[in-house]
Ligand binder design. Structure first.
Ligand code: C2O
Ligand code: CU
Ligand code: CU
Length: 472
């Protein structure tokens, strides 16, 4: 089934009429209900072009990435998941503020979907933006084998652009015959920087070139779906403007060093004015890892131009509906991240104490406030009162980067190492550098037990996961 067929087959808008006594009260606005079907299962994908063999993957609807789910802010979606894998799965709607029972966390918010079973998710989409979906069951392998897809919520009044383009980035560890290496969850990946691969794809293919026209304005939605790879995209002499992070609008700004940094699970919406000459080309490089820079993709200008001057239109996105934390008298919590190998090991041994050292011997490598998770059900790290504001002081006591993600909420990133962030950006995943201290603030307005974890999926699996409870 092609992407187009999927969209035609199951993406058509249906209006749900309020049936008295069965659905919404008669006076409620009929809300568009959008239907989708996702079928996780085994498939084959041509990740590496040329005469390389295709790669056996796990995929939604036989596509890598899975089909784009694209709806409008305020819609209601109903997504049936039919599990064609040989193992249990769930689907999590990363970054969307959904009710707890729709969040897709096995055992915590729902029973896992067994092989051959079906589960129907249904929720409203309160916020516009760029999100994604993926399993939350053994995600280090399920996501690593190709289960993920883009989830785009359009603004009711979007900004004017010539093209709206989504790039889902992934990083694969392939063997010479293009098969996925089966060494998922090995101790080295778990205890160091996760499963860093050897093949980076955009939308499920090793990219070659991307064609543009002079004068074109492109909204480029970047999604980092890799298990562990951070990226820092350098647009050479072009100047991307960041207009949203993790789906949430931000004051349009140019990134530091003109480089767009995304940890695993993070997203950025860029506005790119294509100012080059017709017929010219440039290369986008990924410079995150020192001495391991590589050329990601060539951008190639068509011989004809679209316009000679940049489009003269506003690029700031309309605000979403997030509640603003009240900073005065805000309740504070401290959250400390420990563990991992190298560098801090000696320090770690001294500071962590015997219990953590024993756990590391059992394969639990990472700790939040001294606890390593073994599954999704556990005592909460903190309990927050509904609708109150909280500030979390997060301390990275490790030698590694960690993209820390909270379910059910977005938060403002307020400061880094004691210095206020210039944009006080909303995020659902914040990349913490080694030894960094980051403060985030939020209103705990969504009741339930929410996962709070590192999105390096090997770190998550080796313990770097906890629960933030928001009381009813
Ligand atoms: Cu993107 Cu807990 O996940
Ligand atoms: Cu999430
Ligand atoms: Cu981590």
């Amino acid at each position: 089934m092609s992407r187009r067929e999927f969209l035609v087959g199951s993406g058509a808008t249906a209006v749900s009429f309020a049936l008295p006594g069965l659905m919404a009260p008669a006076e409620a606005e009929p809300q568009p209900l959008r239907h989708f079907t996702l079928r996780p299962g085994k498939a084959i994908a041509q990740l590496v072009p040329g005469n390389h063999p295709p790669t056996p993957v796990w995929a939604y609807n036989e596509l890598v990435p899975g089909p784009e789910i694209r709806v409008t802010q305020g819609d209601r979606v109903r997504i049936a998941v039919e599990n064609a894998l040989d193992e249990e799965t769930t689907v999590h709607w990363h970054g969307l503020r959904v009710p707890h029972n729709m969040d897709g966390v096995p055992h915590l918010t729902q029973a896992p979907i067994g092989p051959g079973e079906r589960f129907v998710y249904e929720f409203d989409v309160p916020d516009a933006g760029t999100y994604w979906y993926h399993p939350h069951q053994r995600s280090f392998e399920q996501v690593g084998r190709g289960l993920y897809g883009p989830l785009i919520i359009e603004e009711r009044e979007p900004i004017a652009v010539d093209r709206d383009v989504t790039w889902v980035l992934d990083d694969w560890r392939l063997e010479r015959d293009a098969r996925i290496s089966d060494d998922f969850g090995n101790g080295h990946d778990m205890s160091h920087n996760g499963r860093i691969g050897n093949t980076v794809t955009i939308n499920g293919q090793v990219p070659d070139s991307f064609r543009v026209k002079q004068g074109e304005r492109i909204r480029l939605r970047l999604i980092n779906a890799a298990n562990a790879r951070n990226v820092a995209l350098d647009f050479h002499d072009h100047r991307p403007w960041i207009v949203a992070l993790d789906g949430q609008p931000v004051t349009p700004h140019e990134p530091i060093n003109r480089t767009v940094v995304l940890g695993p699970a993070m997203r950025a919406d860029l506005v790119l004015d294509m100012g080059g000459d017709p017929g010219s080309r440039f290369t986008i490089t990924d410079t995150f890892y020192r001495d391991l820079e590589y050329e990601l993709i060539d951008v190639v200008y068509d011989p004809e131009s679209l316009r000679t001057n940049a489009l003269d239109a506003a690029i700031a996105l309309p605000a979403n509906t997030l509640p603003e934390p009240r900073m005065s008298g805000i309740t504070r919590h401290q959250i400390r991240f420990n563990g991992g190998m190298m560098g801090q090991m000696m320090m770690g041994q001294m500071m962590m104490g015997g219990n953590m050292m024993n756990m590391m011997r059992e394969g639990k490598m990472w700790f939040i406030n001294g606890v390593a998770a073994s599954d999704h059900v556990m005592e909460p790290l903190v309990t927050l009162q509904r609708d109150q504001s909280y500030l979390m002081e997060m301390i990275n006591d490790t030698a590694w980067h960690h993209p820390i993600h909270l379910h059910g909420h977005s938060f403002r990133v307020v400061s880094r190492n004691g210095i206020a962030t210039p944009h006080q950006e909303w995020q659902d995943t914040v990349l913490m550098a080694p030894e960094e201290k980051v403060e985030i603030a939020l209103v705990a307005d969504n009741p339930g037990d929410w996962m709070f974890h590192c999105h390096v999926l090997e770190h998550q699996a080796a313990g770097m996961m906890g629960i933030v409870r928001v009381s009813e």
